[in-house]
Design a protein around this ligand. Sequence first.
Ligand code: BEZ
Length: 386
Amino acid sequence: MKLLRITLLAAAALACPIALAQTATKLKVGLMLPATGTFAALGTAIENGFKLYVTEQGGKLGGRAIEYVRVDDESDPAKATDNVNKLIKRDNVDVLVGTVHSGVAMAMARVAKDSGTLLIVPNAGADAITGPMCAPNIFRVSFSNWQSSYAMGEVVSKQGRKKAITITWKYAAGEEMTAAFKEGFEKSGGQIVKQLTVPFPNVEFQALLTDLAASKPDAVFAFFAGAGAVKFVKDYAASGLAQSIPLYGPGFLTDGTLEAQGDDAKGIYTTLHYADSLNTPRDNAFRLAYAKAFKLQPDVYAVQGYDAAQLLATGLKAVNGDLAEKDALYAAMRAAKIDSPRGAFTLSKAGNPVQDIYLRQVVGKENKVSGVAVKALADPARGCRL
Ligand code: BEZ
């Protein structure tokens, strides 16, 4: 039996020596994520989710054992190009997985496009990544910034709020999410009376809260995430504004943050492609496995990390672990139907999820689903030529 196996391996090696040599080596995954700063917890959840899926597959994807190379990108766009080049040129990674911050992810996409390295984005929503920068080797398993916030416009308008103010960090994610909210809100008869910003990752909100109190809109739409979202929601409640002006946002405002926000987040409505109370067998199994492995409750970021690994696994399976088979690899990934804890989703031609957007409301320590705001929402992929 052993002799037969050796003979078969030798025959395969003679027939296709390069492919065999490649698939016998470990697949190097470059995890470029924030480990410090306001988005640190988001980076940890993505990494945990990715590793959970790999562990569930016995540590191998497409027959290849996985080796991780990690870089803390610090959510700093100024360091992004150097960081991603280190992963490609110094560490020779096969695949890039990253990141959280839209500005950092755009630098990653630029380098991935130029070098032809496979990139899977597990969070950052920069519209350009699956818009003008789209490429056969670039995939996203999370959302576009437009997708996360467009649906909330109609929700807020239907709740009878006609004048709103937006508030966010001044960088691509905040600007695109508030623009998408404005698009949806104005289409439904609402009016944006002011758009307020603070530089990223500043969390000094006092001047802006004073402005909100003086302006007295019917609603406030805010994008902050991670530690910044905790601080904003707490400051908003402490200012007394939560009593008179309801706060809305994309789900990042209250995802992975409820433990720290406590009662200050109570009742907030958000839209997102995940929620805490889906109660499907797939999500329940994922949540249980995640809690067991990490002694933490999962959030949307953990789901996105898990799905990044699922997408990579689908591609690798189609090519038996041989990344050199680029056309077949990318075709299998583009055609994938991902059995995600959020609900199954497919990818658009531009490589972005086509997915349900849930309306959620904070009840206790949960982002509880109160309906589907839009079914199978696809990003418009403006400017993508594929
Ligand atoms: C972004 O920069 O794209 C982003 C960061 C945190 C949460 C959601 C989006």
